[in-house]
Write a protein that binds this ligand. Structure first.
Ligand SMILES: CC(=O)SCCNC(=O)CCNC(=O)[C@H](O)C(C)(C)COP(=O)(O)OP(=O)(O)OC[C@H]1O[C@@H](n2cnc3c(N)ncnc32)[C@H](O)[C@@H]1OP(=O)(O)O
Ligand SMILES: CC(=O)C(=O)O
Length: 550
């Protein structure tokens, strides 16, 4: 039975708080340039409001508003919002320096955080309930009289409602009467549950005020709570890209809008923009330097990745059997993972994605068995696509002989008089394009020395190798209980500037495992270089320049 879907209100506001609450996240440090770039992405994505920060609270945020409103940020979809708080206890909004900073920020919209919890009024503001209402009324009226649109964030609204519901609602009424265009109920401590939202939000909606929602994720329910509030009548949603924010974060604004558009069937972004969700989230993660996380709903790299054999066999018939929406709707892709949980279908789909014909069931079954054997030894192919491709090519008899290692060795020794200066040397002998290459490399460790020697040996034959860069190197001990006898897995990320690939090696020591992953990294890069492809292609049996070398 299809669920009953809520009807969209006449006006609906999508309000992003990445630049303010998002930057309250531990470890998040944004420069003014970062903030300007993020704002441009948010605007392009199509949110209605971008809360830029708190002018007057620190020089960076003041500078952001100065630059954003003097031509450096051209917004096509969004309104820039300046965040602040109601005037200080006992003062006048007209004389309050932080209110003045909002007024002078150049933004046309101000959002003020106001207390709505009697305990916070008494213990954080140290004032009376009446004075808190007066602060709210005075601040909203003043900014309205200065021509600004005003939104109120009612801090700790849900906890406050539980303690003294009448007062919390009085805050909503006062804000709306003073001219706030939305009163946003904040689950500041993030402890609400979806089933608790409806009654509280409905009570505020019944006052006739336009109600918004701002949820933190401390109970793991921020997106669900946001949707529950929308179902109870909220017409304004707040959240951060990638769920950034104070402590465990805010509602993920992209999950919220994707749910509104794809599950409720509402239009809350400009037409077609939802398909930019993945690109937007990833671009912003690059700027913040705080990764989006592969398992983020809708936009994560794992959001539509399939590992289990049973899933893959059904997906071969119809991808929708194992996905809740078409990944293309949010600009994401379906990915097929190869591991010891794979069945023939995973391998066949993955092979097809890489441009190989694995329709032969026996061949696919043999390759599946080979993958499982290797995974038992410690290899992990879902994290190392490039090594999987090499394994598949070998199984298909399509692994070009770009180079053959004849001999390798590495030693480390103390250099000079200072025993602390340990230097590593490596020797690599290989045959590439029928030429014997014998080179020595030196490095700050044995793996680095091996990389140098291998690179030197390959460069005369394949000069492009010089442009390869190892960007990440991860070591994992596979059987910790065996101490130094344990086997080791190494994953290496390599880039040629255009694309990055990952290879894996396993051995009883880290040098052996690294060497295998290194050789795979160069081999994979060279095969694709010689095939002259950016994405892997080369159907079974197809003629390619590599065939000449095989
Ligand atoms: C729930 C949220 O996340 S809201 C966003 C919170 N963000 C931030 O706090 C980041 C930016 N904040 C700051 O840079 C500083 O806290 C400032 C500039 C705003 C204020 O700094 P200070 O003047 O040094 O005060 P401090 O931060 O110690 O204390 C806050 C003061 O504001 C008062 N206050 C708190 N909320 C409000 C409010 N809604 N309205 C009016 N006053 C308030 C407090 O009672 C306290 O008053 P006091 O100075 O008389 O003790
Ligand atoms: C205003 C805000 O960020 C909060 O109450 O969580």
């Amino acid at each position: 039975m299809a669920p009953t879907l809520p009807t969209a209100p006449q006006t609906f506001q999508v309000y992003d708080v990445t630049l303010r609450d998002g930057s309250q996240q531990e470890g998040m440090q944004l420069s003014v340039n970062d903030k300007l770039r993020i704002a441009a992405y948010l605007d392009e994505f199509g949110v209605g409001f971008i809360e830029g920060g708190w002018p007057g609270s620190n020089p960076k945020d003041s500078e952001f508003f100065r630059r954003a409103t003097s031509g450096e940020l051209e917004l096509r979809n969004a309104e820039l919002v300046a965040f602040g708080m109601t005037r200080r206890v006992g003062g006048r909004a007209a004389d309050d320096p932080l209110i003045a900073a909002l007024r002078d920020s150049g933004a046309r919209v101000a959002t003020l955080v106001a207390k709505s919890h009697v305990g916070h009024v008494a213990n954080a503001l140290h004032t009376t309930l009446e004075e808190n209402l007066a602060m709210l009324r005075d601040s909203v009226s003043h900014l309205r009289s200065e021509g600004m649109r005003v939104i109120i964030d009612a801090e700790h609204f849900f906890d406050g409602y539980r303690l003294d519901g009448a007062y919390a609602l009085e805050v909503v009424r006062t804000a709306a009467e003073a001219g706030a265009e939305a009163v946003v109920l904040c689950d500041t401590n993030g402890g609400m549950l979806p089933s608790w939202m409806g009654e509280v939000v409905s009570a505020a909606v019944e006052l006739g005020a336009p109600i918004g929602i701002h949820c933190h994720n401390d109970s793991g329910c921020a997106v669900a709570n946001t949707l529950a509030a929308v179902e109870a009548g909220a017409m304004h949603v707040q959240g951060c890209v990638n769920g950034y924010g104070e402590r465990t974060g805010n509602a993920d604004i992209i999950s919220v809008v994707a749910n509104l558009e794809l599950k409720y069937g509402w239009k809350v972004l400009p037409e077609g923009n939802l398909a930019e969700a993945t690109r937007t989230a990833q671009a912003i993660a690059e700027i913040t330097n705080v990764p989006a996380g592969p398992r983020r709903a809708y936009i994560g790299t794992s959001a539509f990745a399939h590992k289990a054999g049973l899933h893959a066999s059904a997906i071969k018939v119809d991808p929708n059997l194992y996905q809740h929406v078409d990944p293309a709707l949010v600009g994401n892709d379906m990915r097929m993972l190869v591991s010891d949980m794979a069945g023939r279908a995973n391998i066949q789909i993955k092979g097809e994605q890489l441009g190989f014909d694995l329709s032969d069931r026996t061949l696919a079954a043999e390759l599946t068995d080979r993958v499982k054997e290797k995974e038992l030894q410690g290899y992990t192919f879902d994290a190392a696509d490039a090594s999987f491709e090499l394994l598949m090519r070998a199984q298909l008899g399509q692994l070009p002989d770009v180079f053959t290692i004849k001999h390798w060795t590495t030693t480390s020794f103390a250099d000079g008089e200072n025993d602390a200066d340990i230097v590593s040397e490596a020797v690599v002998k290989l045959v590439a394009q029928r030429q014997v290459q014998y080179f020595v490399g030196e490095g700050n460790g044995p793996v680095n020395a091996l990389d140098m020697a291998l690179r030197r040996a390959l460069t005369p034959v394949y000069p492009a190798v010089d442009g390869y860069e190892l960007t990440d190197y991860r070591v994992r001990i596979l059987d910790g209980s065996s101490g130094t006898e344990a086997s080791v897995r190494v994953l290496i990320d390599t880039t040629n500037g255009e694309r990055t690939w990952t290879t894996v090696g396993v051995g009883t020591n880290v040098i052996e495992a690294s060497w295998e992953a290194l050789c795979d990294a160069y081999r994979y890069g060279l095969i694709h270089l010689l095939e002259n492809t950016v994405e892997p292609v080369g159907a079974r049996g197809a003629a390619s320049p590599v065939d000449a070398l095989a």
